[in-house]
Design a protein around this ligand. Structure first.
Ligand SMILES: NC(=O)c1ccc[n+]([C@@H]2O[C@H](COP(=O)([O-])OP(=O)(O)OC[C@H]3O[C@@H](n4cnc5c(N)ncnc54)[C@H](O)[C@@H]3O)[C@@H](O)[C@H]2O)c1
Ligand SMILES: O=C(O)C[C@H](O)C(=O)O
Length: 330
């Protein structure tokens, strides 16, 4: 085992997602079994007592990879020296809300945290935003952290990607291990576009294998787009264990690399690829290696896909305008 622990900061650590996430990170699911981890956990002051209880449980697991745990309510302290930051702490939506309704309530959190990351995180920091509305919160954090390279900020669309894989596996009667090259485009919202036109099912083109436009339009796409709301409706609370699993998948694959012959969906800063306006944090097909990502280039986008990508990136532009008006961009 190497000796220097990797410092992983987690915000909203006493929340629902935190309760699933921390134990998996501590057990090596993020960085592997040979890398010690120091957890640096941020909460608001009233939640610190509950967080102490979670830390007692972490202690009681005696995880060999857990080197140290620090908790606190000051991002300037908790982000000090952080190599990885998982920004989860934010209010979840409740029944009847869209994620964009949280912009005003949650946006301000990400100005403060962006500045604190800028001033205190380690030079190799990688940031994953899970708290909603995730894409625009990542944009806010990025714009308040001018010294951190823009490509170090990302937002989570891996949960949508995993949901789409599960739906495609069910439809085609194929294990998820046989599925490749699925893409979530755009915003982590009801406008996101899960794209199977380049995906493969056991090496064959997924759209051709499915060969069912009605299922694609009336079942697959809306099911993935509205899955978060369906879970809130059924559970009375937003997804937590699956969101924690996706946060780990996203960040692990970013740090440790995507599989050969496949790609991932990550919301990252647009360089104008696929006509997504430059500067928006939008979901793309990406490959990753050693903590860097690259947008997959050269995919042919048909008319059906074009309209849906445009609808979602238009929404992202509107969210950017809204947070600009709220003075949240640095
Ligand atoms: N991107 C995704 O795929 C995805 C999936 C599921 C949930 N989410 C979002 O993740 C967020 C967290 O969900 P949850 O179910 O864990 O919610 P939760 O309410 O159970 O926990 C959120 C925690 O964040 C803390 N918090 C609030 N403000 C904070 C701040 N300024 N600094 C640090 N901590 C702060 C709260 O005290 C609370 O403990 C929500 O915004 C939810 O919508 C995103
Ligand atoms: O839908 C939500 O509000 C929670 C989360 O973003 C999800 O997709 O499950």
């Amino acid at each position: 085992m190497s000796t220097t622990p990797v410092k992983v900061a987690v915000t909203g650590a006493a929340g629902q997602i935190g309760y699933s996430l921390l134990f998996r990170i501590a057990s090596g699911a993020l960085l592997g079994p040979d890398t010690p981890v120091e957890l640096r956990l941020l909460e608001i002051t009233p939640a610190l007592k509950a967080l102490e209880g979670v830390v007692m449980e972490l202690d009681d697991c005696a995880f060999p990879t857990l080197a140290k745990v620090e908790i606190g309510d000051d991002p300037n302290v908790i982000f000090d020296g952080a190599n990885v930051a998982l920004l989860i702490g934010a209010r979840p939506r409740t029944k009847g809300m869209e994620r964009g309704d949280l912009l005003e309530a949650n946006g301000a959190i990400f100005t403060v945290q962006g500045k604190a990351l800028n001033d205190h995180a380690a030079d190799d920091i990688r940031i994953t935003v899970t708290g909603n509305p995730a894409n625009t919160n990542a944009l806010i954090a990025k714009s308040n952290a001018p010294d951190i390279p823009a490509e170090r900020f990302s937002a989570l669309t891996r949960l949508d990607h995993n949901r789409a894989l599960a739906q495609l596996a069910k439809k085609t009667g194929t294990p998820v291990t046989e599925l490749r090259k699925l893409t979530i485009w755009g915003n982590h919202s009801a406008t996101q576009y899960p794209d199977i036109f380049h995906a493969e099912v056991a090496g064959k083109n997924a759209a051709e294998v499915v060969n069912d436009q009605n299922w694609l339009e009336s079942d697959f796409i809306p099911t993935v787009q509205k899955r978060g709301a369906a879970i809130i409706e059924a559970r009375g609370a937003s997804s937590a264990a699956s969101a924690a699993a996706a946060t780990i998948d996203h960040t692990r694959d970013w740090l440790r690399g995507s599989a050969d012959g496949d790609w991932l969906s990550m919301a990252v800063v647009s360089d104008g690829s696929y006509d997504v306006p430059e500067g928006l944090i939008s979901s793309f097909p990406v490959t990753t290696k050693d903590g860097n990502w690259e947008i997959v280039q050269g995919l042919e986008i048909n008319e059906f896909s074009r309209a849906r990508i445009d609808a979602s990136t238009t929404e992202l532009g509107e969210e950017r305008d809204a947070v600009t008006a709220l003075n949240l961009l640095g």
